[in-house]
Structure formats: structure tokens, C-alpha cells
Design a protein around this ligand. Structure first.
Ligand code: ADE
Length: 230
């Protein structure tokens, strides 16, 4: 049976998973801990990467290359840009971009470098499974663009920049880098986020207040999806 990777960025994003899985075996590798486990007959490898694009690229690469995971699901929290998204709401990425990648001085779009792509798409079959889970649980699920950058955004000005240049619905700090890794290695991947804040002046306070609850909402949804993945 093929192994499924589930990753988050912070301990709080994977702790709800570790509470529900069985037969946990810890493996330390490359300054991180990887948890092999079972859930409803499925083999999982779970890890949090630490925050940001570099750490998340390392963890995603390790999950695919060392642990041979054949699918990757990311679970965590995000700041909302789309005003329809409220704290606790779920968004799945249909595509992701790097809002802080900038060689625009040479005439390129923000988020683009030669031989890269401005947007990386997620796996359609995994998105369909997410929609089934949402329907079964009567949860609303927005599908949209997620923008990633190595900065915690707490400003309406930065939000407007990301909205104008990427038409993004939500923002976070790991999704697009994980997307680049999975796309390059041809592994189907999926990014789910529950909203913890709206990336405005209050974002720091909101994040502290709502991150744990939103991380749990996302993690529980991911486990419902695992049951449906072949
Ligand atoms: N993850 C959750 N909220 C965020 C924000 N405001 N900026 C970046 N990443 C986030």
C-alpha cells in the first residue's frame, strides 16, 4: 500500500492528527521528527516542517524521497484575503504562488522566475475528495488561490498587493514551496487551510487566539479525507 504524507508547519497543526492515529513510530532525520503511523488501514507519515518556505521544502522533499510517500496532504491555518472567508472557514488551494518572489526589475511578473511558473496547480482528484468530505459533513469549502511568502502578513497594504497581483483568496507561509517540490517530483498533492486571521492590523492577536482551534478543524478534515484515498 502506498504511503500518504501529511504535513503541517507548526506542532499545533499536526498534534490533532497524532492524537487520532495508531502505531506511531518516531524517526529523527535532518533535524526533524517524522511520525510513521496508521489510520483506518492507511499508512501515513506525519511531520511539521517549522515555519516558512525553506523548512517546508526540506520536509516535503524528505517525505517524498526518503519516506517514499506517493501523495502529500498539507494541513494548517491561513490568513484570509477573500472577504467571504471568516475565522474557522476552510479553503482548499486549486493553485498556489509565491507572493514574495520578485525579479520584477527585469520585467517579469511578481512570483515568476525563468523555468518556474507563477502558479502551481494542486491535484484535482484530491480536491474532489475534499469536496465529498465537505458535502458529507455539511461544511462550506472555498476553492481558490493561496499565496505563500516568508512573512507573516498583518497589513491591509500587503494584502492589497497580493490580491491585485495574484488574485489570491488566502495567504500563508508554506503551501507554494511544498507545491513546487511535489510538482517537480510528480507526486499528487493537496493544500487545506482553516482561517486563523484576516492578515490585517489585528492578525497577530487573532492568530494567537484562533490558531489552535482552526488547526484542529483543518486536521480533522484531512483525516476524513485519508479514509477516502486509495
Ligand atoms: N498563516 C496564518 N495567518 C497568516 C498571516 N497573516 N500571514 C502569513 N501566514 C499566515
Amino acid at each position: 500500500m502506498s504511503k500518504i504524507a501529511i504535513m503541517g508547519a507548526m506542532p499545533e497543526e499536526i498534534e490533532p492528527l497524532l492524537k487520532k492515529v495508531e502505531n506511531i513510530k518516531e524517526i529523527n532525520y535532518a533535524n526533524n521528527t517524522y511520525f510513521e503511523a496508521n489510520y483506518k488501514g492507511k499508512e501515513l507519515v506525519i511531520a511539521y516542517s517549522k515555519i516558512g518556505k525553506v523548512f517546508s521544502s526540506l520536509t516535503a522533499s524528505t517525505l517524498l524521497e526518503k519516506f517514499s510517500c506517493k501523495k502529500l496532504l498539507f494541513s494548517g491555518v491561513a490568513g484570509a484575503i477573500n472577504p467571504a472567508l471568516k475565522i474557522g472557514d476552510l479553503i482548499i488551494a486549486n493553485k498556489l504562488c509565491q507572493h514574495d518572489l520578485d525579479i520584477s526589475i527585469f520585467g517579469h511578473d511578481f512570483g515568476y522566475v525563468p523555468e518556474g511558473a507563477k502558479f502551481v496547480e494542486t491535484d484535482k482528484a484530491l480536491r474532489e475528495i475534499a469536496k465529498e468530505v465537505a458535502k458529507e459533513n455539511a461544511l462550506s469549502l472555498i476553492e481558490g488561490t493561496i499565496a505563500t511568502g516568508d512573512q507573516f502578513v498583518a497589513s491591509n497594504e500587503r494584502k492589497a498587493f497580493i490580491s491585485e497581483n495574484f488574485q489570491a483568496d488566502a495567504l500563508e507561509m508554506e503551501g507554494a514551496s511544498v507545491a513546487v517540490v511535489c510538482d517537480a517530483l510528480n507526486v499528487p498533492f493537496f493544500v487545506l487551510r482553516a482561517i486563523s486571521d484576516t492578515a490585517n492590523d489585528d492578525a497577530g492577536m487573532d492568530f494567537d487566539q484562533f490558531m489552535i482551534g482552526s488547526a484542529k478543524i483543518s486536521a480533522n478534515f484531512i483525516l476524513d479525507m485519508v479514509e477516502k484515498i486509495d
